[in-house]
Design a binder for this molecule. Sequence first.
Ligand code: HEM
Length: 442
Amino acid sequence: MTTSAPSRTTTAPLPPGPRAPMAVQTWLFGNYRQRLMPLLRRRYGDVIRLWLYPDRHVVQLADVEHIRAVFAGPAKVFHAGEGNLVLKPVMGEHSVLITDEDVHLRARKLLMPAFHGAPLRGYRDMITELTEQEVSRWPAGRVFRSHERMRVLTLEIILRVVFGVAEGPRLDELRQRLARVVDVGILDLFGWHNEKLRRYGPWRRAADNQLRVDQLVYAEIAERRRADDLADRTDVLSRLLSVSADADGLTDAELRDQLVTLLLAGHETTATTLAWSFHELARDPRRLAAATEAADAGDEKYLEAVVKEAMRLHPVISEVSRKLTEDIEIGGYRIPAGFTVMPSIAMVHFDDERHPDPQRFRPERFLDGGPDTGSWFPFGGGVRRCLGAGFSLLEATIVLRAVLSRYHLSPGRHRPERGRARNITTVPAHGARISVTPRENR
Ligand code: HEM
């Protein structure tokens, strides 16, 4: 297939794709995207047109060169914020995920310092301490859902990053309510975008929960604004408030949106990756032995390879979105302004030309250089690449090491678990069940 960088055109045809009604396509894609997309790719090729709610006109991309061109394209043509519209009701209109161009850049610049360099390295002890507390409570010899335990742990960790020491009744309530915000399926997503639905049943409960989350976050912001030790604090809220003292400061609504974005984007994703890592290791004695040896030796390279391979084989987010503000051409097809292009992480990760034997869990792929550039991108790419990528790799590696240093893992069920769609992520359908036994040599 020829590759052309995106460019204006009027003559090329639109990409091919299925003709089923939007509701049917949305349902199938929402629930079965990881099985559906490879089938559609075989039928239609690397550029596939879909009709999905709420973006409507969507084009999925499976070719690494096309995807590279999209990631390198100008931010004013490829609007990721508009492409993430589905998340706006929860993340908020000011969120770094939802905004574009200058507004996005400003938000990203403000948030970035907390996730790089010395601040990033500074989280190590906190993550280790919280992990030790969590895993010391695991029930030896009993099957449990590792995904649930990881969600509790990663939420605790991101709460610390965002608010500092997270104690007291307000944060206790926030913990409970945030867990409910992420626990939504495809039907719930419809309610986010429909005012009328939000008056009824589960949608109403979700809306009430969201309102209460906002009240709690605003209360925390108000209290922190009055603190006189902001300069000594390293949590994200205090950092943002220190900036707020300048002329370029953030309003409460802006702060709320960035904080809620970090809390939500920053825990379920890493929890899911860790759960898949345990699931795979527990079923693979050879890799489990290698990872345990690495944990004992403090060899974080192999542990990181385990995490990266879990992200390849089980991408938490299957595709990223860019809504076009201008017509472009990709692979000989015209894609008009207003369409959303979606570089497909899942289709590239499962491509046997990029990753031989793609259904096998083989962390060794990530040693000695790893896959070709562009063949592994669980964190998206370009100016919108995940802001927490470094943080989540650090976090997952530390957690994995702490667990393997303490326990031997066994699978809760021998059959591999399938992925299940939850909000915009794909999670282990049965919670990545494992059982653990304390290691004798500790
Ligand atoms: C396994 C863990 C994670 C995965 C797989 C993941 C994946 C992603 C993906 C695919 C995107 C969209 C990138 C794009 O559009 O090109 C993204 C964006 C983002 N992620 Fe993550 N993420 C993870 C962890 C985190 C963590 C721990 C945080 C916060 C500490 C975080 C915060 C964000 C933010 C703020 C954005 C928006 C960036 C922007 O639009 O500029 N993520 N993430």
